[in-house]
Each structure stands twice: as structure tokens, then as C-alpha cells.
Design a protein around this ligand. Structure first.
Ligand code: CA
Ligand code: CA
Length: 179
């Protein structure tokens, strides 16, 4: 558990990043599927429903809620995931509903950042991590650009590195201008 600040954009960027989002959803699904039968039963889904924190108020403080009410709400939520009502949630159902819920949450939050207590392996935590990683990478690359200034240097770059992508983008621009 950790306390993180997130806003709509953090969640939206994460959901839109197909690779990061689908990878995280697959991981999450596999982790929840404790009996490894490829689908999530209600019992397996309860953990995920809890991590959605629908009963949480502001600043990560849990509200006192009637357990009976919670059970009814969880059942209803499970029903939303289980789109074909066969009593189990498969990966496609899980992905579709998770995406919809996260987008709804992103719209609800809008530009107002809120503080939430997040589980280490929850999707919301992954959204925050991705944003932090992107911000750090950007900062590092800007610092490097400032350090280099206008003096070109020679570097050995890995094929899939960000710097290699920067060089490719520049080459494409030059080629485009020459054409
Ligand atoms: Ca299962
Ligand atoms: Ca189903």
C-alpha cells in the first residue's frame, strides 16, 4: 500500500497506452486467477472489486459501510464484468469492463488531483508508476540535451532505446525536408 496522488489524465494516459494497459491487465488477471482455470470466479474477483475502492472517501480514509450493502454492490459490480452472465469473468470481459471503469473514473476525477491509498499491484498504481516513469525519462533526456548543447557527439545506441528513436525521428524529418 502507498499513498499516491492521481488525476484523470494519469488514468487516461495509462488506458490509452495500449501496451502498458493490456500488459498490466493481463498481469492483474493472472494474479487474481488463483486456481489458474483461466476465468475469474466471484470469490477471485472480490479482491479486485475491493481495490477499485468504490467505498472510499477522500484522502484514503475508509468509510464505515454496512457489510450487507457492500456485498450487494460487489455482486452488482461482478455482474457488470460478467457480460454474458455465465458466472465467471474471462480475460476479454475483464479487460473491457476495467477499461470502461477506469475511463469513467478518469472522467469523474477530471483535472482535480486526489490522494488515494493504492495497492502495490493494482492498476491504478501502475497508472501512477507509468506517469512517473515517463516524467523521469523526459527529465533525464532534457538534462542530457542541455548537457550536450549544440555539440554533436558520437554514441553507441541500442536498437530499441529512446535515444535511437530520437535519432530516427530526426533522420525522418531531414529526409522529409529533402523530399
Ligand atoms: Ca479462476
Ligand atoms: Ca462471463
Amino acid at each position: 500500500m502507498s499513498v499516491e496522488v492521481l488525476d484523470g489524465a494519469t488514468i487516461f494516459d495509462f488506458v490509452e497506452d495500449k501496451e502498458a494497459f493490456e500488459g498490466s491487465v493481463h498481469d492483474r488477471f493472472a494474479r487474481l486467477d488463483t486456481d489458474h482455470d483461466g476465468v475469474l470466479s466471484y470469490a477471485e474477483m472480490v479482491r479486485e472489486l475491493q481495490s477499485l475502492r468504490i467505498f472510499e472517501t477522500h484522502f484514503g480514509v475508509d468509510v464505515e459501510t454496512d457489510p450487507h450493502e457492500i456485498a450487494i454492490a460487489y455482486r452488482a459490480l461482478f455482474g457488470r464484468f460478467d457480460r454474458d452472465s455465465n458466472g465467471a469473468v474471462d480475460l476479454e470481459e475483464f479487460k473491457a469492463e476495467t477499461k470502461q471503469m477506469m475511463l469513467a473514473m478518469a472522467n469523474g476525477l477530471g483535472f482535480l488531483p486526489i490522494q488515494m491509498v493504492l495497492e502495490e499491484d493494482s492498476l491504478l498504481k501502475k497508472a501512477v508508476d507509468l506517469e512517473e516513469f515517463k516524467a523521469e525519462t523526459k527529465q533525464m533526456m532534457l538534462a542530457m540535451a542541455n548537457g550536450l548543447g549544440f555539440l554533436p557527439i558520437q554514441m553507441v545506441l541500442e536498437e530499441d532505446s529512446l535515444l535511437k528513436k530520437a535519432v530516427e525521428l530526426e533522420s525522418a524529418k531531414v529526409a522529409g525536408a529533402a523530399a
